[in-house]
Design a protein. Structure first.
Lengths: 296, 241
């Protein structure tokens, strides 16, 4: 992740240095070779055009870097919140139990709350660590044969537990038995992220369906459909970017790190598949599709 | 009873705070958004004694909430309780109008102590404004035995000799005289005279009693007017047999 950044910065530094060299050449050339006007004019025009193009390119890079920095700040804030809130909650309940006499029933309730908070904490930690690992080219997925439908059942179960939603709110429509050749943890993480997102963004309007189907003899896909707030056309690809969160009210209402969909897309790519989003527009729900190759 | 408004969208933390603050004897209301908090505050003014405010809220954030409160003339003491610990955030909170700032995760006893400190300040302010107001229904002078107290001049006269009283001494004496012949608990003295709602150090009263006895008793070691009622507090007797 960091190495890639360095390389791209190095290119733009080289570009800047190159442009300075060109300017110097132009200047010296103009002084020394004043008499060959015709060729110089031609050369000058070419070089000036080159400089202009270079400056434009550098500016674009700068703007992108600034935007990325802003996203990075937002990400740090979000992760800080996602890490500190469950810890704060767990500590609060522990200290409550320490200072007050609490009856049996309340105590059980407090234990349940603390367990939920520790699950939430673990989810965030895993997301951050996984994102770090995705960037390392050395860490190859540890592939085994996986029963996709069973894996989805597990993920649904976890989501129900984590978000305290009724099991009926999540409908599973399994296709024919399918086997994927992939890294269990990675595939599970991608599926969980999609299902968790559907629950988180749907708010009270649940009614989520998860569907598996075979596309052709090479690929299968998982569709996670929700009745949530939907997605603008312009955001459909951007949302898969690292740290990216759709700006506005929704991001403020739904807490998240901006890593989930990045993980989904990275996992898909690492397994030779794809991930994308479909939406009719704001207010009309959305569908996330994860396409993976079938195990042979 | 002091009322606390908790503005927090994380249900677990909100409920944990509610449990603890209610155990401390406060009345607690929870608002899940900044908009809801502002609506509650403006509809119910001046009902709350302290606001505990989170920053990362759905909709408008905590900084905006506190700024709008202060702009709208809501001066309820407010403690910001947030995961954001960067110095810039802390400064932003204070400049928006917060009275205190505590970062998550926090120590529960410290949070409680800080809320208490905010309440205490309000109580002091209230007590101070109460004192400066004239209280026509209370007597300005009171005579017992060969002594007299002038509450306007803050003066105690014993057989023609004048002793100056401090404001608190005079108020305490007035309170005891008001309940003449009946035992008065230390707690009631703290609440009525000092305006404090704490059960911490009620022994502080005893020092005041010792001083008052020195003024009004002929023999402070054998009090006749200001009597100790064991296990309760004190009793004032104007004319002992």
């Amino acid at each position: 992740m960091i190495a890639g950044r360095k390389k791209s910065i190095a290119f733009f530094i080289a570009l800047g240095a190159g442009l300075i060299l060109v300017i110097l050449t132009l200047y010296i050339g103009w002084v020394l070779l004043d008499w060959r006007k015709g060729i110089l004019l031609f050369l000058g025009v070419i070089l000036v055009l080159f400089i202009v193009a270079g400056v434009v390119l550098n500016t674009i890079f700068l703007v992108r870097e600034i935007r990325r920095n802003a996203q990075h700040d937002a990400f740090i804030n979000a992760v800080t919140h996602e890490l500190k809130t469950p810890v704060a909650s767990i500590r609060l309940y522990l200290q409550t139990l320490q200072t007050h006499p609490v009856d049996e029933e309340k105590r059980k309730e407090f234990y349940a709350i603390m367990l939920q908070d520790s699950d939430r904490l673990l989810t965030t930690i895993e997301q951050v660590l996984r994102t770090g690992r995705m960037g390392l080219s050395g860490a190859k997925p540890n592939r085994v044969r996986l029963d996709l439908n069973a894996l989805i059942e597990d993920c649904l179960e976890n989501t129900v537990k984590l978000h305290q939603v009724p099991r009926e709110a999540l409908q599973f429509i399994p296709g024919p038995p399918m086997t994927v050749y992939g890294d269990r943890e990675e595939i599970e993480s991608a599926l969980s992220n999609l299902i968790d997102n559907a629950v988180k963004y749907s708010g009270k309007a649940l009614g989520i369906s998860v569907q598996t189907e075979q596309l052709d003899d090479r690929f299968l896909c998982v569709r996670v459909r929700d009745q949530g707030p939907g997605i603008e056309k312009a955001e459909l690809t951007r949302i898969f970017g690292r740290f990216y969160r759709v700006p506005g009210q929704l991001a403020a209402r739904v807490k998240g790190t901006g890593l989930g969909l990045f993980i989904v897309r990275s996992v898909a790519k690492r397994h030779g598949g794809r991930a994308w989003a479909e939406s009719e527009g704001p207010g009309r729900g959305s569908t996330f599709v994860l396409q993976l190759p079938i195990a042979r | 009873m002091s009322r606390v408004l908790v503005v927090e969208d994380e249900r677990h933390i909100a409920e944990g705070l509610r449990f603890n603050l209610e155990a401390e004897g406060y009345q607690v209301q929870v608002a899940e958004t900044g908009e809801a908090a502002l609506a509650i505050l403006s509809a119910d003014s001046p009902g709350f004694d302290v606001v505990v405010l989170d920053v990362m809220l759905p909709g408008i954030d905590g900084f905006t909430v506190i700024a709008q409160m202060r702009e709208g003339g809501q001066f309820t003491p407010t403690l910001m309780l947030t995961a954001r610990s960067h110095p810039d955030d802390v400064l932003r909170g204070f400049s928006a109008g917060a009275d205190d700032y505590l970062t998550k995760p926090f120590e529960l006893p410290i949070l409680i102590a800080r809320i208490r400190s905010l309440l205490r300040r309000t109580d002091w302010l209230r007590a101070a404004t109460k004192e400066t107001k004239p209280q026509p229904d209370e007597p300005d002078r009171f005579e017992f035995g060969e002594k007299s107290v002038d509450f306007n001049l803050l003066e105690l006269r014993v057989r023609g000799q004048a002793f100056p009283l401090t404001l608190m001494e005079a108020n305490l004496l007035r309170h005891l005289i008001h309940h003449e012949g009946k035992p008065v608990s230390r707690k009631s003295m703290l609440e009525e005279v000092w305006g404090l709602h704490e059960d911490t150090d009620t022994r502080a009263i005893d020092n005041f009693i010792v001083r008052l006895r020195r003024y009004i008793e002929d023999d402070p070691t054998k009090p006749r007017h200001l009597l100790t009622v064991r296990g309760v507090g004190y009793k004032f007797v104007a004319s002992p047999e």
